[in-house]
Design a protein. Sequence first.
Length: 157
Amino acid sequence: MAVGALHDIHQPLALLETDSELWQLAEICEDAEVYPDFADDMRKSAAIEKRSRALNTMLMREGYAPVFLQMDDQMQLILGNALMRAMARQACPEDCRIEGVRRVAGVIEAERSLRECGLLQPGLDALAEQWHSPILPLHELTGRSGKPPLEVVRDDD
């Protein structure tokens, strides 16, 4: 027979309903870094690759190199988590683990500018620190100055 009152029972788990695939992927990837057994199972799924694809797309939209293309699954997991955590802390310092990640995922999925929301630089800083390399703007990789390409006009008259 159990002893105690109903208020002694704590609900340790809360389920949140969401339509955000990126938020779900971010939570799964965060858990995989904490629970190594879960990480082994997760590597067999497409979760890391899907999140990395979303983060690469975001980086390119913001004018930066898609650095996750150069990483293996383990690096994508760790550095993607660092990027999301840093932006989540900036988005909602009082609840970065849930609400912050939800907000960041929402901005990315809505294709809004993280730079304009003030979330990009903390994420880039965390990513560069973990990767031990700067995150290069796309124009530095392509050799273009960010100016539109010159138009060639032919005068065949």
